[in-house]
Design a protein around this ligand. Structure first.
Ligand SMILES: [Zn+2]
Ligand SMILES: [Zn+2]
Length: 298
């Protein structure tokens, strides 16, 4: 974050916002700047990517699903907007430690070993965070914790891209913790860290985008929107972030219902086809709901 802080200080904060006598490395000034920058960055990234995903990727027929809530999109956005500033407070505390030099972030790359290390660090960051998020997420489903912290994110049974960051503040922070822990334990290039941080936020949006297609070759490994939507519907399965690895090790893997032709999109399609052939009949919906095929009780 010191890159971001240096750039914003140079072009914005020093000439236009703070008195020139206030040193750039003063901790109060850095705290205020980091709070502004991280909130602005998070909101811009969320609204830009989730809006694109909502209009160009999300299948809007999912909104006809009986478990899609009334005014759901605006409720997801409202929840996110209320939570994000709170999530940024502990996050900025960690950014401050990093800016003050307590992390293992570095900014010089030597050829060739530096580049080799950089590639290895990207892979290790993704596997490290995937493992920790799995266990943190699984812990959040423990009955003593779930209803206090994680339940709001499961309010959306058929999530849209705007649900991607709609968390209780503590939930949002805990699930982002692995990304912040990594550079305190392992060396990581500053720009790679920034890039990966943006990438994980986009990935989080992508697993809520209602596009259940995954190339067949990747289906056994990648945790996509089909897997995560089943997590929203059935709770105890598919806790993962990028890969299905830890769900398979932890015994919580479930082949997505969408891959078996029983997902929410097939359901909506079947209902509308049935309505077309017999407009007075809506028994399909009621039968399926009462049989518990659509979802699972918490
Ligand atoms: Zn969950
Ligand atoms: Zn989710």
């Amino acid at each position: 974050m010191d890159y971001v802080l240096n750039i914003t200080d140079y072009y914005f904060f020093t000439p236009y916002v703070y008195p020139s006598t206030w040193p750039e490395d003063d901790i109060f000034r850095q705290t205020i700047s980091l709070l502004i920058v991280s909130n602005l960055g998070a909101f811009v990234l969320y609204f830009f990517c989730a809006t694109l995903s909502y209009y160009f990727i999300f299948d809007h027929s999912l909104m006809k699903h009986p478990q899609f809530l009334k005014n759901q999109v605006s409720r997801e956005i409202k929840f996110t907007v209320q939570s994000m500033p709170y999530i940024s407070i502990p996050t900025v505390a960690l950014f401050l430690l990093e800016v003050k030099g307590y992390s293992k972030l570095y900014d010089d790359i030597e050829f060739p070993h530096g580049w080799l290390h950089l590639i290895v660090s990207v892979i290790s960051f993704i596997f490290f965070t995937d493992m920790l998020i799995y266990w943190i997420h699984r812990g959040l489903h423990h009955k003593l914790v779930y209803k206090h912290i994680h339940k709001p994110h499961h309010m959306w049974k058929i999530p849209t891209p705007f649900a991607s960051h709609a968390f209780h503040p503590l939930d949002g922070f805990l699930q982002s913790l692995p990304y912040h822990i990594y550079p305190f334990l392992f060396p990581l290039h500053k720009l790679v860290y920034l890039g990966l941080y943006i990438f994980v936020n986009i990935w989080t949006i992508s697993i809520h985008d209602g596009d259940f297609r995954v190339p067949r070759i990747f289906r056994p490994f990648i945790n996509g929107s089909a897997h995560h939507t089943d997590h929203h519907l059935f709770f105890d399965y598919n806790y993962g972030q990028y890969f299905t690895l830890w769900d398979r090790i932890g015994g919580s893997f479930k082949n997505p219902s969408s891959f078996e032709g029983k997902g929410p999109l097939s359901y909506v399609k079947n209902v509308s086809e049935q309505k077309c052939s017999n407009p007075s009949e809506n028994g399909y919906r009621n039968d399926k709901l009462s049989n518990g095929e659509l979802t699972k009780k918490e």
